[in-house]
Design a protein around this ligand. Sequence first.
Ligand code: SF4
Length: 58
Amino acid sequence: MSVKIEDGCISCGACESICEAVFTVEDIAVVNQAAVADNMACVKEAADACPVNVIVIE
Ligand code: SF4
């Protein structure tokens, strides 16, 4: 599994609030890929919560 942020992140901070091990919001959200495997539950929750649906799990 890998996680990417597509264009359009509005830097709202929701993903970091939900899953701070994986997401850090700087100018836009960035993903710590190394932490994805151990945090899939909150990655999915963050993807569902993203208001612009730019978190893609592949
Ligand atoms: S929840 Fe979505 S819009 Fe908000 S910071 Fe994360 S990726 Fe960006």
